[in-house]
Ligand binder design. Structure first.
Ligand code: PLP
Length: 341
């Protein structure tokens, strides 16, 4: 038995989810004739209290479409230095939209309204790129699953409104934040121009993300998705998995968070662990003592059938998820406690 804690994307659909996929009614979604895709889009738009939504094959494409919708070539996005849109989307912001990123030195991937305000280029100073979009991530990926307070998000919104900037939320793991902080998704819908959410991370669907916004923006997104090659035909089979995931796998995210916290408590007491970052959701980042190579920790755990990943600079990452069951958790806790260097 292999226990994969590299990411919450490694989950596989269970039997009930597969049955739900099989049962899905489908049509050609490029003609907007797939009833299950439409059902999913309406469902997600309703959750956030926004007008419209569009199903995408990946979170990367949904974010990239949002950037395309909110910017013109030569302009600039303000985002945290660790943002997924900057680090992990293959340079898509510059490739697809011809924009640059003004990187903010945030805290665990989270930025503040003051930092945003300081990063805006004066609109009449034509030597600098025109700032047009602020993109934030919640929960933060490289920041270790940290989540924002609604107040901070509203403060940033105010700065955006004052300066005529668009405001996008990369909410790949927004479900984790909603559960961890008991927040109301409708508040997020009020704050942002667009939100991207993943169904294939904590929720366990095999594929799929959704971009949400007002009707006008999402109508434009349909064209952008087509241009990016993201129009899918009988995509209802995939959307069916997303609907099942939203109905069954949201509130249980608390279990993943509890397990991550329990692992953190074990790690904090181990002699070979230097430090453990605060755990708010399902991502746990810790550092090993400087004399211990991270690769050795990864290798030793691998020999015990436990897979985790390295982030560089002595840091390691564990991500808990739907397929990380209680028996596995007990085994991993024991294995970590027995390990020595
Ligand atoms: C995973 C992730 C995405 C999208 O990833 P895909 O693999 O393209 O679905 C976007 N933003 C963040 C913060 C993520 O963690």
């Amino acid at each position: 038995m292999e226990i994969n804690l590299v990411s919450d994307t490694v989950t596989k659909p269970n039997n009930e989810m597969l049955q739900a996929m099989f049962r899905s009614k489908v049509g050609d979604d490029v003609y907007k004739q797939d009833p299950t895709v439409i059902e999913l889009e309406e469902m997600v738009a309703n959750i956030f209290g926004m007008e419209a939504a569009l199903f995408f094959p990946s979170g990367t494409m949904a974010n990239q479409a949002a950037i395309k919708l909110h910017t013109n070539p030569g302009e600039q996005i303000i985002c945290d230095k660790w943002s997924h849109i900057f680090h992990y989307e293959g340079g898509g912001a510059s490739f697809n939209s011809g924009v640059s990123c003004c990187l903010v030195d945030g805290e665990r991937g989270m930025i503040t309204a003051d930092q945003v305000a300081e990063s805006i280029n004066p609109p009449d100073f034509y030597h600098s790129p025109k700032t047009s979009l602020v993109s934030i991530e919640n929960t933060t990926n490289k920041g270790g699953g940290a989540c924002y307070d609604i107040e901070t998000l509203r403060d940033i919104e105010q700065v955006c409104r004052d300066h005529g900037l668009k405001y996008h939320l990369d909410g790949a793991r927004i479900w984790n934040a909603l559960v961890a902080k008991r927040q109301n998704p409708k508040h997020f819908g009020e704050i942002f121009d667009t939100i991207s959410v993943c169904l294939s991370k904590g929720l366990g669907a095999p594929v799929g993300s959704v971009l949400i916004g007002d009707k006008k923006t999402i109508d434009r997104a349909l064209r952008v998705r087509k241009i990016f090659g993201g129009g899918m035909r009988q995509a209802g089979y995939l959307a069916g998995a997303g609907i099942y995931a939203l109905q069954h796998n949201v509130s249980r995210l608390q279990e993943d968070h509890n397990k991550a916290k329990e692992l953190a408590n074990v790690l904090r007491n181990l002699s070979w662990v230097e430090s453990v970052e605060p755990v708010e959701t399902n991502i746990l980042i810790f550092a090993v003592k400087p004399q211990i190579p991270e690769s050795l920790v990864i290798e030793k755990l691998k020999q015990k059938n436990v897979l985790i990943s390295a982030l560089g600079k002595g840091k390691l990452r564990i991500v808990t998820h739907l397929d990380y069951r209680d028996v596995m958790h007990t085994y991993v806790m024991e294995t970590l406690q027995k390990m020595s260097f």
